[in-house]
Design a protein around this ligand. Structure first.
Ligand code: FES
Length: 156
């Protein structure tokens, strides 16, 4: 199921570890990227077979780490940090504002599939709180007005 390029990366990862299981997390990242940002049971089984671990082990890893998703995200996945440093400077209000603007709660996707929101623990940008990740891009010191502008621009 991996494309040829990604299979090359998988093979390289596997060659770095004496035990195939140790490459599980980076291979799951590749699988998630290949499957438009989420991991279906078919993909988890595929990775389980590659890493020679039971599917239940993969499911345990995927459900433990919040960076793995079990359902498709929106085209633009907004990850809003509400951990303490961000919360102290408006992270919670920013999340609520975003939910209101898109008329969905965190953990959900808009009906048109364009936006999804996820409430995050620290995303490693505490000095620039409140912080948001949109797909792979970090946005720092985000105000509700900036969030509105960003959403409006992305929608176009
Ligand atoms: S607490 Fe929000 S980035 Fe660290």
């Amino acid at each position: 199921m991996f494309s040829k390029d990604i299979q090359t990366q998988v093979d390289k990862l596997l060659s770095r570890y004496p035990i195939r299981q140790n490459a599980l997390i980076p291979i799951l990242h590749l699988a998630q990227n290949e499957n438009e940002g989420w991991l279906s049971e078919v993909w988890m089984q595929y990775v389980a077979d590659i890493c020679e671990v039971p599917l239940t082990h993969v499911e345990g890893v995927v459900t433990f780490y919040t960076m793995f998703r079990l359902k498709p995200p929106g085209k633009y996945h907004l990850q809003v940090c509400t951990c303490v440093p961000c919360c102290l400077v408006g992270g919670t209000e920013l999340l609520e504002h975003t939910e209101k603007k898109l008329d969905i709660h965190a953990g959900h996707t808009t009906d048109d599939g364009v936006f999804s929101i996820e409430e995050m623990e620290c995303i490693g940008a505490c000095s620039f709180a409140p912080a948001v990740i949109v797909n792979e891009d970090y946005h720092e010191k985000v105000t509700p007005e900036e969030m509105d502008k960003m959403i409006d621009e992305l929608r176009q």
